[in-house]
Write a protein that binds this ligand. Structure first.
Ligand SMILES: CCCCCCCCCCCC(=O)SCCNC(=O)CCNC(=O)[C@H](O)C(C)(C)COP(=O)(O)OP(=O)(O)OC[C@H]1O[C@@H](n2cnc3c(N)ncnc32)[C@H](O)[C@@H]1OP(=O)(O)O
Length: 228
């Protein structure tokens, strides 16, 4: 008898098959996407403009007040709680995951955001990191590259039909990666050994492979039966 997948792990439908970002599930999430985009814009502007102190203080006061207006609403913390909130109107777990993940979430202001899709047994992604993600002068921070790889390889492991947590990521940085440029990532399953999924991936800026990654993702003992 087929088991009902746990809401915590059933991410069927999360993965896109198109390089186009999918529309938000409703006006509420579309509005969250637009707010996240405005927050990203504000963050990058603050980091890249010569701003008078008085203006910074004024904007801070405005933003504190706006944050308080948002905080006055019901607390629904985390992906699972969001998905359990009136899911027919608010979106199912894959929709929520798609919106709030810190690497790819369209509605998460700290996400670059990266778009991920699957074709031909591989996972692809594109992302254009702004000045907000600078590490060495004018180049992408290595920790952000690790975040992108973790997400893309972690998504790609679902090709095996079984999810798992990141056990190990091994990244080789071949060349500095420029900011404000559309980057492409590609990943595939190298092999599966028991509960371990060995993934490989690459990060490309035009025709330059700037980093490559090997990752081991490990399923929990009872997960295979819980994944759709
Ligand atoms: C959700 C949908 C997503 C869908 C898409 C979403 C993408 C999300 C991507 C982000 C993913 C994350 O960030 S996940 C968050 C970061 N990762 C974590 O927090 C994981 C924390 N660690 C753990 O929970 C645990 O250590 C596990 C689950 C990784 C392994 O624990 P375990 O299951 O008890 O492992 P254990 O029995 O000892 O070992 C099983 C086999 O794996 C090997 N092994 C054990 N640990 C490791 C390791 N770190 N690296 C390599 N190999 C290891 C052992 O040698 C053994 O091999 P053998 O003897 O069988 O040969």
């Amino acid at each position: 008898m087929q088991k009902t997948p746990s809401i915590a792990y059933n991410l069927s439908g999360w993965m896109d098959t198109s390089p186009e970002v999918r529309p938000a599930v409703n006006d509420n999430w579309q509005s969250r996407r637009e707010l996240a985009a405005a927050l990203r814009r504000l963050n990058t502007a603050v980091l890249t403009r010569d701003v008078p102190t008085e203006l910074l203080q004024s904007v801070t006061a405005t933003m504190q007040a706006e944050a308080a207006r948002i905080e006055a609403n019901e607390v629904v913390p985390g992906t699972k709680a969001q998905a359990e909130r009136n899911s027919t109107q608010h979106g199912q777990l894959p929709d929520i995951f798609y919106e709030i993940n810190p690497a790819s979430g369209q509605s998460n202001a700290i996400a670059p955001p990266m778009h991920i899709w699957q074709t031909d047994g591989r996972v692809h992604a594109c992302v254009t990191p702004s000045w907000s993600y600078e590490g060495p002068f004018e180049h992408l921070h290595g920790g952000i590259i690790a975040l992108l790889f973790d997400q893309v390889l972690g998504a790609g492991q679902r090709i095996t039909g079984v999810a798992g947590r990141t056990g190990t990521l091994e990244i080789r940085f071949h060349h500095p990666t420029l900011l404000n440029k559309t980057l492409h990532l590609v990943a595939k399953v190298d092999r599966v050994v028991g509960r371990k999924k060995f993934m490989v991936g690459e990060l490309w800026a035009d025709d330059v492979r700037t980093a490559s990654c090997k990752g081991v993702f490990i399923s929990e003992r009872n997960w295979p039966d819980a994944i759709a």
